[in-house]
Design a protein around this ligand. Structure first.
Ligand code: BGC
Length: 842
């Protein structure tokens, strides 16, 4: 192992506990020393470091829970159980594959990719629970991944019959028992949550997962994470009237996503947003809030009042007054994490935010407004444990910013809670608050009030960034073909078809690249690799006279295994579609390694509520990008965790846009501080399900679009200045996101000032009319360029010739002017110059 690998692994081991959330504790943990331990559960040996799909990272090795406990000196007394479970899993797989085979045969090509990605729900089995010792751990894991949503069935989103039975039994049987959740997606814990005394959300914290758990169990490290998503009872998610439809999914819940819903209707989740215990306790007290211009600052003192070291997260929520716009009970406005505090130690911090950030979209005036009234500041260490720290009063409505509606129309009005419902829930939430929080301001006195008038707010000006004039003058001299190349990812042969299964041209296992045709102008070929849980490359690769090639025997086995599920007709169709992909050409040459680190998945990073930790993750990735020759990282992914069944939730930070909006710029800083490297925030926008992902339309009203789904991207663009952004596969209100001029040119560039490049998500190539059995087609390359998309990824002859034909007036359906494509091509040139610092004048 090389020195950098060890350094990065040590860093991951150090930060992983901070991403874990202790959900229940009776004080039995941490343990004094390693001893006999009874280890159970599907994640004990089949531990997950992260999720699957493009968000997976190919690592040399990672520690499972079983290995981690043994490394730490525990003696596992349940090897028989782990072996028997393995057999039960394999037996279960036989039935599952038979079911899947039938499903594929019945449904055919249309849902093939989704079907092949379905994760097997946990099987039922009967294995005696007779491990020796007084301490037991049950590791529950759930794999989620790209390409398919989770299933609302036992063994996936729900606990299986066997899991419920075993967990409840173990709780009774052992003196010390802990349920460990090796999942980055919500599981309905309602059947066990009350009975089990110790629950740790281990999450999927990267390649030291097993060692990191052992560190926490032994108190060598302590968990200090807080939930970044609500964990509620399965049936309570019904409020989301639609999820996972193949054609149109209506987001009728509007802005009431996650805690915004649960708080507003007074439903108590199992574990609320922002919740998390530690091995110690803290008291939080706050002083009078103050105003600095329109910035609200609440000074707080946090004291460790327990007997272990720890870190606390202070959260500031605001109840925004209802006027013409309805508002949720509260909205997270700011948060700050303390440094490590030893028992008895205290620190002073300030939690602050600008009032403008609370503005809501008003569809009547097409502007973001703050209504007149009382803004109640609530400070606490969980959304359900806060105290009023003060009130900011605004005398009358303020228009913060006039904007242009960009999302298009829907056929519904958003749901909103009844007014009585919100007030009842206000009472319930405050009555339930059994608080460690005190406010010096409100003890015996009336709550402090701060005043702002509309004159205190400065109007917001919008400026679209100008296109680099030298880049523009260069591309104006280029022929049509070269413009089309600049706006299309590099490809060999026929393009995208060859790309499936390994698009590596320059770096093995990379996701794609721009173009190397323009080096004479200082425009370098830029190589892209996936994330967000690290750098996704092929660990082993070969080099011969034809370049690099991927060596991934496990992946080949996986493909062969999947082929066995396919009926002959489908195999024939696939071979006809991708003739080269299945050709086995033996290649020779030297075999090399490139080892990358699996960092915590985004959902785990968010649970740290620590932006410095997120930056550190960015630094690890940047260092490996430099070593492996990667210029553009296709991460962080910033979609909102709208529904617990979304297959890619582990790649996304939170249900709350502020958390996503603060984590992404921190990661961006880590990556982009390394010269020549940049991030790509993705998937812009409303990519909240995997079902029919290329052709499903998210139907969202402008208020929810702007206040929830765009908000995190907006913060990330303004604070992090990412150099690239990827649009999503899905459509937004019937039009592909990459074809929406308003989204790209108006909102992203003009209103937010984004001055990087915009690329499409990969392989969204258009199909011919005759291939279409869906309501919507895949996106159209020409319309995307017209809308301001700069780069069609991963490229291919299809995109290239569409652009060229449209430019030359030879397309039956699309036209494209030189002016339109020159803007995109110039942005690509300017981007390459900026990233690599090689501007060559012509
Ligand atoms: C995913 C993206 C990813 C791209 C390149 C797509 O299928 O949606 O997140 O970056 O592939 O691998």
């Amino acid at each position: 192992m090389q020195e950098y690998e060890i350094r990065h692994i040590n860093a991951v081991r150090k930060i992983a506990p901070e991403c874990m959330v202790l959900l229940k504790s009776d004080g039995s943990f941490p343990l004094d020393k390693p001893g006999k331990i009874a280890l159970y559960g599907c994640g004990a040996r089949r531990t997950l470091k992260g999720g699957s799909g493009s968000g997976d990272v190919n690592v040399r090795a990672f520690t499972t829970v079983e290995q981690g406990l043994e490394n730490a000196g525990f003696v596992i007394t349940t090897k028989y159980w782990l072996d028997a479970y393995e057999k039960a899993w394999l037996d279960g797989r036989v039935g599952f594959r038979a079911w899947l085979k039938e499903k594929i045969a019945a449904e055919g090509m249309d849902t093939l990719m989704e079907n092949l990605s379905i994760v097997m729900p946990e099987p039922d089995y009967d294995i005696p629970l007779v491990g020796e010792g007084d301490t037991a751990i049950y590791v529950l894991s759930r794999l989620c991944g790209e390409g398919v949503d989770r299933q609302d069935v036992p063994g996936d989103f729900r606990l299986s019959r066997t899991e419920i039975r075993d967990i409840l039994q173990l709780e009774k049987q052992y003196d010390k028992f802990m349920l460990v959740l090796n999942t980055a997606c919500v599981v309905d814990l309602s059947p066990v949550a009350e009975s089990v005394s110790n629950i740790l959300l281990l999450s999927q914290p990267g390649m030291t997962v097993g060692d990191s758990l052992a560190d926490v169990l032994l108190g060598r490290e302590y968990p200090s994470g807080k939930l970044a998503v609500t964990w509620a009872c399965g049936d309570d998610y019904d409020y989301i009237s639609e999820f996972g439809n193949r054609d149109d999914t209506r987001y009728t819940e509007g802005i009431y996503v996650g805690y915004r819903y649960f708080d507003s209707v007074g439903k108590r989740p199992i574990f609320p947003f922002g919740f998390g215990l530690g091995y110690t306790k803290f008291s939080i007290s706050c002083e009078n809030p103050i105003l600095r211009g329109t910035e609200v600052c609440v000074p707080v003192k946090v004291k460790n009042i327990g007997s272990y070291p720890g870190k606390e997260v202070v959260q500031l929520y605001v109840s925004i007054p209802e006027g013409k716009l309805d508002q949720p009970y509260q909205t997270l406005a700011a948060f700050v994490k303390t440094p490590e505090l030893k028992p008895g130690e205290e620190c002073k911090l300030e939690v602050s935010f600008k009032m403008e950030t609370l503005a809501s979209y008003d569809s009547e005036s097409c502007s973001r407004i703050l209504e007149g009234g009382e803004y109640i500041l609530r400070i606490g260490n969980c959304s359900r444990d806060t105290m009023i720290a003060g009130i900011v009063e605004i005398d009358s409505e303020v228009t913060i910013e006039r904007v242009t509606p960009v999302g298009g129309d829907t056929d519904f009005d958003d749901w909103k809670p009844e007014k009585e419902e919100v007030s009842a829930s206000r009472e319930m939430i405050s009555a339930n608050s059994d608080s460690q929080v005190t406010c010096n301001t409100c003890k015996g006195k009336s709550v402090v009030r701060l005043h702002l008038s509309s004159k205190d707010f400065k109007p917001f000006a919008h400026h679209a960034p100008t296109i680099d004039p030298e880049a523009l003058s260069l591309v104006r001299k280029l022929p049509d073909e070269e413009l089309a190349y600049l706006c299309t990812g590099d490809f060999v042969g026929e393009g995208s078809q060859d790309v499936i299964g390994g698009s590596a041209i320059t770096v093995a296992g990379a996701a794609g690249e721009t173009t190397g045709r323009f080096k004479a102008y200082g425009v370098e070929n830029l190589i892209m690799a996936d994330g967000p849980a690290g750098l996704r490359l092929s660990r082993l690769y070969g080099t011969d006279e034809n370049g690099v090639y991927v060596i991934e025997p496990e992946k080949e086995e996986e493909v062969e295994d999947k082929m066995q599920l396919l009926p002959e007709a489908i195999v024939k169709a696939l071979l006809a579609m991708f003739p080269k992909t299945f050709d086995k050409v033996e290649r020779t040459g030297e075999i090399r390694e490139q080892n990358c680190t699996a960092i915590p998945v985004a959902a785990a990073i968010a649970q740290s509520w620590n932006t410095a930790l997120a930056e550190c993750c960015g630094l690890i990735v940047a260092d490996e990008m430099k070593r492996c020759g990667i210029d553009i990282w296709l991460a962080p992914a910033m979609n909102i965790q709208r529904h617990p069944l979304c297959g890619r939730n582990f790649e996304y930070f939170s249900e709350d846009p502020l958390i996503s909006g603060k984590m992404a710029p921190a990661i961006t800083r880590g990556v982009q501080n390394e010269p020549g490297r940049c991030v790509t925030i993705k998937h812009f926008i409303c990519n909240n399900q995997e079902t029919n992902r290329f052709r499903t339309s998210s139907m969202v009203n402008e208020r929810a679009l702007r206040d929830i789904y765009a908000r995190g991207f907006e913060i990330a663009v303004k604070e992090g200045k990412p150099l690239a952004l990827m649009t999503s596969y899905n459509l937004l209100n019937g039009v592909h996101t990459c074809e929406r001029y308003g989204l790209i040119e108006t909102m992203l560039r003009k209103e937010w000032g984004f001055d990087g490049i915009v690329m499409s998500d990969f392989l969204g190539v258009e199909e011919s009319e005759s291939d279409r059995t869906n309501k919507y087609p895949k996106f159209n390359s020409v319309r995307s360029i017209k809308a301001g998309l700069d780069l069609l990824m991963p490229g291919g002859k299809g995109h290239y010739s569409n652009l060229l034909n449209a430019l030359r007036g030879k397309s039956a359906k699309d036209t494209l002017s030189r002016d339109e494509i020159e803007k995109c091509a110039a942005r690509m040139v300017a981007f390459a110059w900026r990233l690599k610092g090689k501007r060559i004048k012509h």
